[in-house]
Ligand binder design. Structure first.
Ligand code: FMN
Length: 421
């Protein structure tokens, strides 16, 4: 299975249930995936304004709105494919000529969603954000997307022909058709995003249900159609799961995490002076069938006498990064690194600092284990998190002189720790 770095969701008919809410199980599954380092993205035909409730709820890392006409990454707009004011006016004029002067039209701009609605939108869908009512008579805005309600297929075909520079897709729900620039599709927006944030399209798992999602599902490494998707979408997808009302996304994500856990190769990296951390590292590596890497400083820390605590403790407090004896480890093959260290002067040992500063550990998951004479390892774990730049929870294990004081409860604690990784 290709490594999934980004989970990308259409909203209506996909991430949203029919009542336009996201289930608790789905939210929990998304949180778990995020904790495991995956990014969460939204890819919707809604305008940003009309998706605000879900943007606030999900805090997505990436956002594709207006069917691909607007793309946001790290809070900044990075791609926009819109029409000029003149073209927008022309498009509205043509829509009215073909579909009748009173046909319903919506226009997304970068800041607002305009609509000559007949029924207050929030009455139909409470999740809908602000729509500004307009009769489009003197419309002076640049559109990202125009949607037109068209009941006759022949009229839709005629309008698409007149607007031949546009990408025209029908929404299966109702009689709405969207018109965006040809290059404003979800799949094109994904290509733009990938080039900016360094993700390969094969590292994306995308979920969708409607015609506008077909290109996205075909482009991404894994394209998943909902059970309620239109049949053309199902035909093009790599996998069809249950409907949007059945927690199918939550179930799929929990399976994905289980498979990843089983497949992930682990490296246990440790420094030990008198054998306790080594004892833990060996136990952990055998429980996880993981590889072991011992870090050895070129200049050994004194193992006895006054210098033992003074020099080692000082080196840890001063955040020294001692030179290490050469080691061989192909870090690329490991998805998870477990660091095992004695506590020195309340923190982790300096050889780990050298390793972390030297190696590229981006995208890896971590676990921390420490041993001490009795002093807490919390500060050591916090310092490791900060050096690694990790913000989420990391599984931890702290034992007191485990090699000297062998206890059954230590074995249980190791087992429990490995289970959390
Ligand atoms: C330089 C140095 C500093 C230490 N600082 C602490 C400490 O702050 N708190 C603590 O409880 N133990 C401290 N210890 C004890 C070790 O953390 C403990 O003996 C650990 O189990 C040793 O692991 P090892 O056998 O793998 O070297 C220190 C030991 C050394 C050598």
């Amino acid at each position: 299975m290709e490594k999934c770095r980004l989970l990308l969701f259409d909203l209506d008919g996909t991430l949203l249930r029919s009542d336009k809410t996201i289930s608790r199980a789905t939210l929990n599954a998304l949180r778990d995936c995020r904790e495991k380092g995956m990014w969460i993205g939204i890819s919707t035909s809604r305008s940003e304004q009309n998706a605000l409730a879900f943007i606030e709820e999900l805090q997505p890392d990436l956002l594709i709105t207006s069917g691909g006409a607007l793309v946001k990454y790290k809070g900044e707009y990075v791609y926009r494919a819109g029409f000029s004011k003149e073209t927008t006016r022309r498009m509205i004029g043509l829509a009215r000529e073909v579909c009748g002067q009173d046909c319903q039209i919506t226009i997304d701009t970068a800041d607002a969603h305009y609509w000559n609605y007949k029924i207050e939108p929030k009455k139909q869908d409470p999740s809908w954000g602000e729509s500004v009512y307009t009769d489009f008579m003197d419309f002076e805005e640049s559109a990202l997307k125009m949607c037109v309600e068209i009941f006759e297929e022949a009229q839709a075909k005629q309008l698409a022909k007149l607007l031949d520079g546009c990408d025209c897709v029908r929404f299966s729900d109702g009689y709405w058709y969207k018109f965006t620039k040809k290059e404003a599709t979800k799949e094109q927006a994904i290509r733009e995003l990938c080039s900016i944030c360094g993700i390969g399209t094969n590292e994306i798992t995308a979920f969708g249900d409607d015609y506008a999602d077909i290109g996205m599902l075909k482009l991404c490494g894994t394209g998943i159609a909902m059970g309620n998707a239109v049949s053309d979408v199902k035909k093009q997808a790599d996998l069809v799961i249950g409907s949007n009302d059945e927690d199918s996304i939550a179930n799929y994500l929990s399976l994905l995490l289980t498979i990843r856990r089983a497949e992930m190769k682990t490296l246990v990296v440790y420094y030990s002076q008198s054998g306790n951390a080594q004892w833990m590292a060996q136990r952990i590596s055998s429980a996880l069938s993981a590889d072991l890497l011992r870090l050895v400083p070129k200049k050994a820390y004194p193992a006895k006498g006054f210098g033992k605590y003074f020099l080692g403790g000082g080196s840890a407090v001063m955040k020294e990064a001692p030179e290490l004896e050469p080691y061989t480890a192909d870090l690329k093959q490991y998805g998870r690194i477990v660091f095992v260290t004695p506590v020195w002067a309340g923190t982790f040992t300096p050889p780990l600092r050298t390793f972390i500063q030297t190696e590229n550990l981006e995208g890896k998951q971590f676990g921390f284990a420490a041993c001490s004479l009795g002093g807490s390892a919390e500060k050591a774990f916090a310092a490791l998190k900060s050096l690694l730049g990790v913000t989420g929870d990391v599984p931890t294990l702290w034992l007191v002189e485990p090699k000297q004081k062998q206890k059954q409860e230590n074995e249980r604690a190791i087992e429990e720790f490995c289970g959390k990784l």
